[in-house]
Design a protein around this ligand. Structure first.
Ligand SMILES: C[S@@+](CC[C@H](N)C(=O)[O-])C[C@H]1O[C@@H](n2cnc3c(N)ncnc32)[C@H](O)[C@@H]1O
Length: 424
């Protein structure tokens, strides 16, 4: 399906977008490197290669790939694996730590030796770390005292064995960050911060050792990346950060959605323990889709495009605050479309993977909104296809703590999403 004019969006054409079976699944197993650290809303790695193949088939010579919401670096790693240049950013420091680790050229044996050395040192290391009082207080809610002390020992040992900053140090911190939730009282598989005081957390040293082995195997499987250009991963907001001067040939991104994940909250254990912030709530600032921003509807309404206005008004009748959050999200995403046009070189393509959501019973058509925004930003045409989200079809609802569920009373989640290819 091809959309070249915003007028075409009036009767919801995306609902009729053709299914693109080859965008649904991939026969080959995803490389292990993509599982070294959990990340909410990480997208399947094969989509990056599909996007590159699509762009090539459309006559784009892809030498550099970008991702303005790079998350845990799925696209960053894939671009480097395929020998391409990469530029990406994310506002979440835990995301950029993982993304740097996944796209760096780390020697597996060096990593293994450093992990073994850190673990040996950890048993004798100081059991305390320098944290501001609010960060400590917050962490003490999530960890039993003995777990907190053992984790502090591991972190102190990592800092002593690996030079900072270095890819090796990042890889060790990433390994450490990944074991924080399992070693805490964070409820297993909860995707919203949920305390479970009955949980028996495993031994921190054994958990680190086991996960370091996983990371070692993942890095070894990833092989030598040194022949590809180094990936550039920046910490900052896609709305403000300086974009690479020479642009990129292809942008591959999956945007955040309003109200789905509060990334700053979900990564609070890592961002506090690693000292990225003293108060994780501050990291919500600038995060697109956060419900914590203020928005003056009276002043901002005229900035909303047609799809946005329709949705915001439907919501406004039911819940003023929800309407404000959604309006805020839409205004940000409209600015993102303009920035996407700026970062993609003439003749290049911006590809977005985006799904629709529901908020207070109102459908939020993120995909149509982004399509309209991309056209208004100056992209010449948008090709849209529908892809099935394979792991969600059997459990199409979420409970209030975020677990997948089959119960209709829970929040509906969608079994498909859209791939939008915006041609510049
Ligand atoms: C759907 S996730 C991207 C996942 C990514 N494709 C991956 O595979 O890991 C959306 C990301 O947008 C980031 N984000 C939210 N607001 C942002 C902003 N203003 N600038 C840059 N990144 C932002 C979030 O931190 C999150 O990592």
């Amino acid at each position: 399906m091809e959309i070249t004019d915003v007028g075409q969006l009036r009767d919801g054409p995306l609902l009729r977008a053709p299914a693109g079976a080859d965008w649904d699944t991939h026969a080959a197993k995803e490389p292990r490197i993509h599982r070294i650290h959990p990340y909410p809303a990480k997208f399947p790695a094969f989509l990056a290669e599909r996007a590159i193949n699509y762009a090539t088939s459309e006559g784009v010579r892809v030498r550099t790939v970008g991702d303005i919401f790079c998350g845990c670096g799925t696209v960053a790693h894939e671009a480097r694996r395929l020998g391409l240049g990469f530029w990406g950013c994310d506002i979440n420091p835990v995301a950029t730590l993982i993304a740097r680790t996944k796209s760096a050229d780390v020697c597996p044996n060096e990593f293994r030796q450093a992990a073994v050395k850190a673990l040996r040192k950890a048993h004798r290391a100081r059991a305390d770390i320098n944290l501001a009082a609010p960060a400590r207080e917050r962490l003490e809610r999530w960890f039993r005292p003995e777990q907190f002390a053992d984790l502090a020992r591991i972190l102190n040992a990592i800092r002593a064995v690996a030079p900072q900053p270095s890819p090796l140090h990042d890889a060790l911190l990433c390994t450490f960050s990944a074991i924080l939730k399992p070693c805490s009282q964070w409820q297993v598989r909860a995707i919203k911060p949920t305390l479970d005081l009955s949980k028996e957390p495993p031994d921190a040293f054994a958990t680190f050792e086991k996960h370091a082995l996983n990371v070692y195997q993942a890095v070894e499987e990833a092989g030598d990346l040194s022949r590809s250009p180094e990936a550039v991963i920046e910490l900052g907001s896609a709305l403000q950060i300086n974009l690479p001067r020479r642009g990129v040939d292809l942008l591959v991104s999956s945007p955040p959605y309003v109200t789905s994940y509060e990334y700053a909250d979900l990564h609070q254990l890592s961002s506090l323990f690693l000292g990225y912030t003293d108060d994780h709530r501050r990291l919500r600032q600038g995060s697109i889709g956060s419900t914590q921003h203020d928005f003056r509807l009276a002043r901002g309404i005229r900035d909303l495009n047609r799809t946005a206005t329709r949705t915001v008004f439907s919501l406004y009748e039911q819940d003023r605050r929800a309407a404000q959050s959604v309006a805020n999200y839409f205004v940000d995403m409209q600015a993102i479309a303009v920035r996407a046009k700026r970062i993609v070189r003439p003749g290049g393509i911006a590809m977005f993977v985006i799904g629709n959501t529901q908020y207070r019973g109102v459908d939020v058509d993120n995909a149509s909104h982004l399509t309209e925004s991309l056209l208004l930003a100056g992209f010449s045409k948008i090709r849209a296809i529908k892809r099935t989200i394979s792991n969600k079809s059997a459990t199409p609802y979420r409970t209030s703590s975020g677990k997948f569920s089959k119960t209709r009373t829970s929040n509906h989640i969608y079994s498909h999403e859209y791939v939008l290819m915006a041609h510049r």
